[in-house]
Write a protein that binds this ligand. Structure first.
Ligand code: UT7
Length: 329
């Protein structure tokens, strides 16, 4: 297997912002409640007509440019998303055409909030095996397209955003991707889902009237699972590699709730100065949270070449994932 590195990183959020105060005019909530229970102050929202591929495009092009490549050099695209432009064709196909990656094949990957971690793992193994030389990994979601803005228990949590990395073969001494652990638990399906719009409940007037095309969440159940399993998967990857939290330079968790991230950091014995939390400005952007967090950590000088980094995510399904890597940019 060939060593694989992250050769380029890109991220994008649409300029439109919804603050907690804006939401408090729409539903019965307060800035204080949202900030205290989640850590979120504001989130971004696309303009009408803007789709997931539109916000993924600038992120993908930035990642490709940083890798010193052109879109024609990309031979494989994995697009993690829960809000594809359409059920079919895949958003990977739409993006391929939009960026002119004419030599790439690819597909969408549905793993909700673990979309980026799973897409990263998939593309990593493709490059490692020699099946791909330059793979584009995208995590992007327009969560505002499936949010019920009359439901205070979900509308305060999510935002729109996109992130991307390019994976290429690493040189012999270059920092590279090290290990991963992914797992699913399908018994958690009802705790976080969009009930209709698939083959089980195709769209009808009734499904629309019952608001079944919006996401639904049992927040407390997801919270409990996320705290337990995010700590468990992180510990498993670290232990397998003879490491503890003390060895990490940075912990980059999926950004859903500040309290989940703090509890996970505590479980793996990590001081908060080694943890990146940026959900304050984006909310939960589902598949985009981790590349957005990597981007902000790098901008703040908290992520440097050679750093030992652990990524961890928990999402609908349930999906759980973690990737250990040395940062290569
Ligand atoms: O990305 C993976 C997926 N998602 C997650 O990881 C999210 C996991 N869950 C969470 O982050 C938290 O469970 C929430 C932030 C969603 C909720 O926080 P909580 O501390 O678990 O609150 P709760 O659901 O137990 O609700 C407490 C109270 C309830 O009122 P009562 O029944 O105690 O009177 C809710 O109705 O807070 C109420 N509430 C709100 N109040 C003001 C729920 N949403 C709001 C709101 N504003 N936006």
């Amino acid at each position: 297997m060939r060593p694989v590195k992250i050769a380029g990183l890109g991220a994008y959020v649409p300029p439109g912002v919804i603050t907690n105060d804006d939401l408090s005019k729409m539903v019965d909530t307060t800035d204080e409640w949202i900030l205290q229970r989640t850590g979120i102050r504001e989130r971004h929202k696309v303009a009408p007509g803007e789709a997931t591929s539109d916000i993924a495009k600038p992120a993908a092009l930035a990642a490709i440019a940083e890798a010193g490549l052109t879109p024609k050099d990309i031979d494989f695209i994995v697009f993690g998303t829960t809000t594809p432009d359409t059920i079919f064709p895949s958003t990977a196909c739409v993006l391929q055409a939009k960026i002119g990656a004419t030599n790439a094949w690819g597909f969408d990957l549905g793993a909700a909030c673990s979309g980026f971690v799973y897409a990263l793992t998939t593309a990593w193994k493709m490059v490692a095996s020699g099946a791909s030389d330059h793979a584009l990994v995208v995590g992007a979601d327009v969560m505002s397209s499936i949010i019920d803005y009359t439901d205070r228990s979900t509308c305060v949590l999510f935002g729109d955003g996109a992130g991307a990395v390019v994976l290429s073969v690493a040189g012999p001494d270059e920092p590279c991707l090290i290990d991963f652990a992914n797992e699913i638990d399908g018994h958690g399906g009802d705790a976080l889902c969009m009930p209709a719009g698939g083959s089980k409940l195709p769209a009808t007037h009734e499904t629309v009237d019952k608001k079944l095309h919006y996401m639904r969440q049992d927040g407390a159940a997801v919270f409990k699972f996320a705290v337990r399993q995010s700590g468990e998967i992180a510990t498993r990857v670290l232990t397998k590699n003879g490491l503890t939290g003390a060895d990490l330079d940075l912990f980059v968790s999926h950004q859903a709730n500040r309290r989940i991230i703090e509890a996970t950091a505590e479980r793996i014995g990590l001081p908060m100065d080694k943890v990146i939390i940026n959900l304050e400005y984006y909310g939960n952007t589902t598949a985009a949270t981790i590349p957005l967090a990597l981007m902000d950590a790098r901008k703040d000088g908290r992520l440097k070449k050679g750093d030992l980094v652990l990524l961890t995510s928990v999402g609908a399904g349930f999906t759980v994932g973690s990737v250990l890597l040395r940062w290569s940019l």
